[in-house]
Design a protein around this ligand. Structure first.
Ligand SMILES: [Zn+2]
Length: 396
């Protein structure tokens, strides 16, 4: 590599070299024979936020312009043919303040110095490799027995029974990294590490027991009706939302009674060490807010569950039908996930059910129309849905 060029690639003091490296993709595109036709993902390919990343979507094309420029200035390989006498002037005029450098083909390691251009080159080459692999799978569908496990079976499943309507679908085997079958295999492998089958069995046993406790043993009083819905979080953790309606004469209306069924405080450690441990293990929210602004409950700088809650000397009925539970400032703290938390962070629980089930059970007493309507809606809010926008070209 000529010394001047080496300097441009490596000198960290010179502003000229800095500019050269910053605009290296532009320089390259200016002098390359073809233009690199690709849809760049601008959401990621930003140097303003994080590390500069060159990411493209879809296929890559190398476009060859006509030999003569139709209108405007010549570009790309036209520069090498068009008006040879003015060639240099043409090149110089494309960027007013740009310094123009010619690269010669005798520098074996020039690519490794070229930073963003090297990244573009690597992406370009990777796409070519992947296209080759995709072509291979497209041309060897018979060996993958694709009709059997995809085309016909799928079409029949979605109600299609006319042969002419069955389209040709290319199946990517699990060996194609990043393909749907590869991702599914990885997902199943990961799930196996988690043993969701065991989790589900224990969960079901606990749900059955909980129902028995509430309906037959009537831990909250005699039950008139109950509804519940089972949900699974993304990584498989099951949980239920349950609404219990008590018989009229058993309704818990007086806030003084609330404390018999629901606590939102750390129990005294000496008096009941096991309950204390369980509250610390299962019923402490966060830390979020100023202790950890990145916790998953934080939305726009606020905890969506309103923690830490205010201290409160005695349980009172809130105006909206949601009770405010007793949280006395007893100066007791516990270490939870590298923070010291007090009664402001306790999620309301029933001591008996917590002791029995050894898992997170948030128990709350609701009354008033607003609260009940909210609750019915909440447990039947349906499945999680995702809003998807499909973008094509530059239009969204
Ligand atoms: Zn929170």
């Amino acid at each position: 590599m000529p010394h001047e060029l080496f300097e441009l690639f490596t000198n960290t003091q010179s502003q000229e070299a800095e500019n050269f490296r910053k605009r290296i993709r532009v320089y390259n595109s200016l002098f390359s024979f073809t233009s690199f036709g690709v849809k760049v993902d601008n959401n990621l390919a930003s140097s303003k936020c994080g590390i500069y990343t060159f990411r493209v979507l879809g296929q890559v094309f190398h476009t060859l312009p006509p030999l003569n420029p139709h209108e405007g200035k010549p570009s790309h390989f036209q520069l090498y043919f068009w008006d040879n006498d003015n060639e240099m002037a043409n090149r110089m005029s494309i960027f007013d303040n740009a310094d123009i450098y010619e690269m010669r083909n005798n520098s074996p390691s020039v690519l490794l110095y070229s930073r963003r251009l090297f990244q573009q080159y690597a992406v370009d080459m990777y796409i070519k490799l992947e296209m080759t692999r995709l072509d291979y799978y497209r041309n060897n569908q018979a060996e993958l027995r694709s009709e059997y496990y995809q085309r016909i079976v799928d079409s029949i499943n979605c109600g299609q029974n006319r042969g002419s309507e069955i389209g040709k679908r290319i199946v990517l085997p699990a060996s194609f990294i990043g393909g749907p079958r590869d991702m599914r295999r990885r997902y199943l492998d990961a799930m196996t590490l988690d043993r969701p089958d065991l989790t589900s069995r224990v969960f079901r046993a606990k749900v059955q027991d909980l129902k028995k406790e509430i309906t037959l043993k009537a831990v909250f009083g005699e039950v008139c009706a109950y509804v519940y819905v089972v949900e699974f979080q993304k990584h498989g953790l099951p949980h239920i939302h349950m609404l219990v309606i008590l018989k009229k004469e058993h309704k818990i209306n007086n806030t003084d009674q609330f404390d018999d069924y629901v606590s939102a405080e750390l129990p005294q450690k000496e008096k009941n060490p096991r309950l204390f441990d369980l509250v610390v293990k299962h019923m402490m929210h966060g830390p979020c807010g100023h202790l950890n602004s990145k916790n998953s409950c934080m939305i726009a700088g606020q905890c969506k569950s309103h923690y830490p809650r205010k201290f409160c000397e005695r349980t009172v009925q809130g105006e909206d039908g949601f009770p405010i539970y007793r949280r006395r400032d007893d100066s007791q703290t516990v270490d939870v996930r590298i923070a010291k938390l007090n009664n402001q962070w306790v999620v309301p629980y029933n001591p008996y059910l917590l002791m029995r089930c050894d898992c997170h059970i948030n128990v709350e007493i609701w009354s008033g129309l607003t609260a009940v309507k909210y609750l019915y809606k909440y447990i039947y809010k349906g499945h999680d849905k995702v809003d998807v926008h499909i973008a094509s070209g530059n239009e969204v």
